[in-house]
Write a protein that binds this ligand. Structure first.
Ligand code: SF4
Ligand code: SF4
Length: 68
């Protein structure tokens, strides 16, 4: 089981991690950060996260931290 922490201010909302997650657990959020980007959030199904870190590896802005 894993948990993803999104550094909202680093995220540019590019969606690469959304595509990368094999469990489809990430989604672009509804709230803009201070730079005007809509940062990613983890869905309310985090018990499905296996901590594979594919999302974090894919992020060009190192905005994701994965804990297992
Ligand atoms: S760690 Fe893996 S399963 Fe969990 S949100 Fe990231 S890509 Fe998805
Ligand atoms: S890949 Fe990184 S910058 Fe892009 S939406 Fe995901 S967390 Fe944000």
């Amino acid at each position: 089981m894993g948990k993803v922490v999104v550094q909202q201010e680093l995220c540019k909302g590019c969606g690469l991690c959304v595509e990368a997650c094999p469990k489809n657990l990430l989604v672009i959020g509804k709230d803009a950060n201070s730079k005007g980007y809509y940062a990613v959030v983890q869905k309310d199904e985090e018990e499905k996260c296996n901590g594979c870190s594919l999302c974090a590896i894919m992020c060009p802005d190192v905005a994701l931290e994965v804990y297992r």
